[in-house]
Write a protein of this length. Structure first.
Length: 254
């Protein structure tokens, strides 16, 4: 009888231990899944519609274009709500030539941020080693902007960075800041850092910052070693209420 009770106790103890181990393993697996959902590297070969990958990206994701000189498309405006998500779109290392992402939609921009967030999350959109073409030759339609930032009063925006990119054939300025007048008297739209990049065949210059609304504008603007070819009579940049800016132009033969 005592042996029977002892065996039963051991069995119960083993079952409890197994349950605890199973729960711990399950929690560890769930944590791994959460990490994978939160951030990862997604490799994309041409042809592919990059706007679908950007729209589905989680915070911290890296979308990597793997085809040298590959013909990618951007069919739909990606609208970001608030400033809680950052991501990177980049060319894979070692490609012989930049992948080309061409606008294929009938209206809209590449990316539009509409923010009402009163919290600064220090998120960043990064673009590396890619050519972005805003002209849909099939339908003779230009995308108005590559990045359009629109802030409501008291809201914060996103920092945008681009390196070794080409922006060409946009209907307006590739980078545009606007918003509702009001809120804090400070620049709240994040920073803008563009390096080693080219702006070609644009219809209205490169950058616009609001003349009436400081809080909708970027705090720091930095163009380093960039080439500007063919901006319209509007010039390279209209920057109102931008306190910290620095533009270094590269000679055409560079």
């Amino acid at each position: 009888m005592r042996r029977q009770k002892s065996n039963m106790s051991r069995q119960n103890l083993n079952i409890k231990c197994m349950r605890k181990i199973s729960i711990m393993v399950l929690m560890a697996l769930m944590w791994l899944v959460v990490i994978q959902v939160q951030a990862g590297t997604i490799q994309v070969a041409a042809p592919a519609d990059i706007s679908t990958y950007v729209a589905a990206a989680n915070d911290g994701d890296i979308i990597e274009l793997t085809t040298s000189g590959g013909a990618y498309t951007w069919s739909t405006q990606v609208t970001l709500t608030d400033n809680t998500k950052g991501f990177t779109v980049r060319a894979a290392s070692g490609l012989a030539s930049r992948p080309v992402v061409t606008f294929s939609g009938s209206t809209g921009y590449f990316i539009r941020l509409t923010s009402s967030s009163a919290t600064s999350y220090s998120k960043k959109l990064s673009f590396e080693g890619i050519e972005f073409n805003g002209y849909n030759a099939t339908n003779a339609i230009y995308s108005g902007y590559f990045y359009y930032s629109y802030l409501n009063p008291g809201a914060y925006g996103l920092t945008v960075a681009a390196d070794n990119c080409v922006f060409r054939n946009f209907g307006s300025r590739p980078i545009y800041y606007s918003g509702v007048t009001g809120g804090a008297i400070e620049a709240m739209a994040g920073d803008l850092y563009i390096s080693n990049s080219e702006f070609r065949d644009l219809r209205s210059g490169v950058l616009y910052a609001s003349p009436t609304n400081l809080n909708a504008n970027p705090n720091n603007v930095n163009f380093t070693n960039c080439l500007f070819l063919g901006p319209s009579a509007s010039g390279v940049a209209n920057m109102y209420f931008v306190y910290n800016y620095d533009i270094h132009c590269a000679p055409e033969d560079e």
